[in-house]
Each structure stands twice: as C-alpha cells, then as structure tokens.
Design a protein around this ligand. Structure first.
Ligand code: GRF
Length: 200
C-alpha cells in the first residue's frame, strides 16, 4: 500500500476530509504522517485525534530554507513516504524539494486556475466579480499554482453570496474533489502528459 503525508498550516478541514475518506476505505493508502510548519495549527489536533503521527518544522528554527526542507525530506524518507498532499500549507517548496517527488505532490487551490493564483484565491475572485469560481487540484511544479490540473469544480457566485457564504461553498467543493483526486492518484489513474493530466 502507498504511504502518504499531508502538509498543513491551518485549520485542516481538507485534512479532515482526507482522514475520513482514508478511514472509509475510499482512499486505499496509508496516511502515515502530517507535517506542519505551524505548531498552533488546528490541523495537528485533527491528526492527533485520528492517531496519525505529526511532525512540526518551525521555519524560524532553521537557518535556511534549505535546512528546513532537508529536515522535512529526512523525515519523509524515514517514513517511506510515496507521495505528498499539500492541504493549506502556506510555504512555497523549492524546485530541489519538488524534484525529489516529481508528479507526486498534489495541491489544492481555492480558485479555478489559472485565474486568481496566490494566497487569496477566494477573496480575489469574489471582489473581481466573476460569476463562476471553484477549487482546483493540481500537481505541484516549480512554478507556483501552475502545475498540471487534475480536477476542478465550478461554484457559482450568486448575487446574494457574501465572501463568507462563498468560502463555505468553495470548501465544500474542496472536500469533495481533493479526496477524489487522491483516490485517482493512488489507483494510478492519472498520467501527466505535458501540461495535461489524462484520467483513465
Ligand atoms: C483551502 O481553501 C485550500 O484551497 C487552500 O488553503 C485552504 C486550507 O483550508 N490552499 P483547510 O486548512 O484545509 O481548512
């Protein structure tokens, strides 16, 4: 069975959705480690409640990004991690790190890429006034928010939507498509061909 890790920095609602789907047997892989750069992340509590090992790497305690990433890589090697899921992890990984796991790092972004890249994907779409937005699951490559797209889900922005109601709808869609994408990956149904992901 493949073994994977989820990287988090915050609340961890996506992590929770993934934990639930692993428990149900929908995702047939072992979630063996949760990594965080933030010791206060509520996501760590969720992992502990599910009896999943956690590892915190406080960026400020390392004297370089390289050392920070090397410490994480060492831990992943120890745990025989096959692939990585970024679920609200607020740090950009270096090309060196990403190249250790080519086409093996999945990320979720809360907007329909390539629109509204960056850290405020929901707010930016809401303020722009688009009528449709929604989350994107993609492979991570050296360019942030630009890797091959696995799944997207359209979410309508209605006139009576507030930023909060939109956030709620986006998160609900995220909790659906992220486990779906992970399941497809685990079952080796995803093939990356250039910019495209072919789903078999
Ligand atoms: C999600 O909206 C995700 O798209 C973004 O960060 C947020 C994480 O939320 N990358 P949570 O910690 O899973 O609740």
């Amino acid at each position: 069975m493949k073994s994977f890790t989820v990287f988090v920095s915050g609340s961890g609602t996506n992590l929770q959705a993934i934990i639930n789907k692993v428990k149900e047997g929908y995702i047939k892989a072992e979630l063996s480690l949760v990594v965080s750069d933030n010791s206060n992340a509520y996501a760590l509590k969720r992992a502990e409640n599910a009896e999943i090992e956690t590892a915190v790497f406080n960026f400020k305690k390392f004297n370089s990004k390289r050392n920070f990433e090397n410490a994480i890589l060492k831990k992943l090697k120890e745990k025989n991690i096959d692939f990585i899921v970024l679920a609200g992890f607020m740090r950009v990984l270096s090309p060196k790190f990403i190249n250790k796991y080519p086409d093996k790092i999945l990320n979720i972004h809360p907007a329909l890429l390539p629109s509204f890249k960056g850290t405020h994907g929901i707010k930016d779409a809401y303020e722009y006034g688009v009528k449709v937005t929604g989350p994107t699951v993609h492979f991570v490559t050296e360019n942030v928010d630009s890797g091959p797209i696995i799944i997207q889900k359209a979410v309508e922005i209605k006139e009576n939507d507030t930023l909060e109601s939109l956030e709620e709808k986006i998160h609900k869609a995220e909790h659906q498509i992220f486990p779906e994408a992970i399941k497809l990956f685990v079952e080796e149904k995803l093939k990356v061909k250039g910019k495209k992901v072919i789903i078999s």
